[in-house]
Design a protein. Sequence first.
Length: 254
Amino acid sequence: MNSSSSDNELLNDANSRIAMECGPYGIVACNSQGEVIVANKSAARILNEAFLENGNMLKIMAAEDDFKKGWEELLSGTENQFSIFFQSRDSKPDRTPAPSNQDTGFRLRATRFENRSERSRIVLIFIEDLSRGKGLAEADLLKNLVYEQSRELEKINKQLILTEKRAAMIETAGAVAHELRQPMTAIIANIELLSHNHEIGEMPQIEQRFQTIRKQCLRMAETIKQMESLMEYRTRDYVNGRLIIDLEESSQKK
């Protein structure tokens, strides 16, 4: 296949694949370059392409001027869907609606889907064999099913990413807190010992500096407690547009 891993994830659900293979109409999914991601047997038969999943729809439909025009409008954002009628691969398509009594030829409908999380586009193509009298009502149902499943997959993917970030955050914070606690405890203990020294007690400036060090160490101790009790992945703005973990919002201790 010509697809990337992000393209395959959008249409890799087993139920969608079964529905596509069993459908009475041709179904093709491709990326923005026209490279076919997946296609069913009906599409291969209609387009007379035995190895359709190794093909490119822009090349396969190169003789169809209206397909090229519709594709350009689709990717430019002017339209999110287009339809064409054609009698065969070698004939010119007709974008005007087919007569109500038309019972031969094919109708192709292409719809663009946005995969925002991966910043990619999927084009889903349905090809109806008009000689069989099959409408696109079932195709619309399947299209909606694939769309809903792609949204669910996107939600699950986001949740997995968040869970991985949370686990990494907790592990890293726990290790850092452990390494900081021991030297900080030693500093506080030594400050307490030195503050009871009578000679230092007679030197107010040094005693004041000890108090400052003690205060900052206690502040570090509070930060370490927050790091050890992280539960959620919450961030806040930092310099230069960067994000850092918000310890207060992410920890149990608020």
